[in-house]
Design a protein around this ligand. Structure first.
Ligand code: GLP
Length: 249
């Protein structure tokens, strides 16, 4: 299902409301969270909404999608740091319920397996929030990642390193590898919301709409999911065909 809004503000309000509705309906919910600039206004809106109408977060569990390898939790460009800055520092989710892949794990293979196992042990993700890379990656699952992958190490594509270079002082500082939940972990979520905004997502959203389910475009895996909402602003939706816009609500 597509939801298309005029502005990023409306996209963020809708997405924050969906996340909060899930938590209110099930205080023990397990959420899969994402990073990136798309999520900044979403999290800011969530914080605003929670300030206005407090929500019990004491039983909430979160698992983040991904993390750069080689960056500590204190590194300003680590996703751990991002999540605490944009969300967790302002919320009372118990620290033991918050999970992110460890970019400095000494035994990465074991840590990856443990991460997918921990999600399963919680009964799976109730709702996974996703952004999308300009090459169609979800989490850090780059093109050609197996759709049955679990949490694993990835070598970042040149495109992704260039895209994400904007957050670093120097392009050479962008890590070459990352840990990401696998596509199977994502597909196992009971509900998925993919958010894309702005003109740098126009092209990939049109490609995703037209694409068959194909490992060359990781986000196309989501087309087999029974409960997927794609939330876009007008810019990201600009090249979607009439057919998609008509079915959007
Ligand atoms: C990063 C993250 C993804 C995110 C994507 C889009 O590479 N690993 O999880 O969805 O970029 O980010 P942005 O929202 O900044 O465009």
């Amino acid at each position: 299902m597509y939801k298309i809004f005029d502005t990023v503000d409306e996209v963020s309000r809708y997405t924050a409301q969906r996340l909060l509705a899930k938590i209110k309906a099930a205080p023990t919910a397990v959420l899969g969270l994402a990073t990136g600039s798309t999520m900044e206004p979403v999290y800011a809106q969530m914080l605003k909404d929670i300030q206005q109408a407090p929500v019990d977060l004491s039983q909430l569990t979160t698992f983040n999608l991904d993390e750069y390898m080689g960056l500590s939790a204190q590194h300003p460009q680590s996703y751990n740091y991002y999540m605490y800055q944009h969300l967790f520092n302002q919320l009372n989710i118990p620290a033991r319920n918050v999970h992110l892949p460890d970019g400095l794990a000494s035994d990465v293979e074991t840590a990856c397996q443990a991460y997918s196992n921990a999600i399963e042990a919680m009964g799976g993700l109730d709702l996974q929030l996703l952004g999308i890379g300009s090459n169609g990656h979800i989490g850090f699952n780059e093109p050609q990642t197996c759709f049955n992958s679990r949490t694993h190490i990835v070598e970042l594509s040149e495109q992704t390193r260039i895209d994400n270079g904007r957050f670093f002082d120097d392009q050479n500082e962008v890590p070459t590898h990352a840990i990401t939940m696998g596509i199977q972990d994502i597909l196992n979520a009971k509900e998925i919301i993919l958010v894309a905004t702005g003109s740098n997502k126009t092209e990939i959203m049109a490609q995703l709409f037209a694409s068959a389910i194909d490992e060359a475009l990781p986000a196309s895996a989501l087309k087999q999911h029974k409960n997927l909402t794609i939330v876009l602003d007008r810019e990201a939706a600009a090249l979607l065909p009439e057919q998609a816009l008509k079915s959007a609500v």
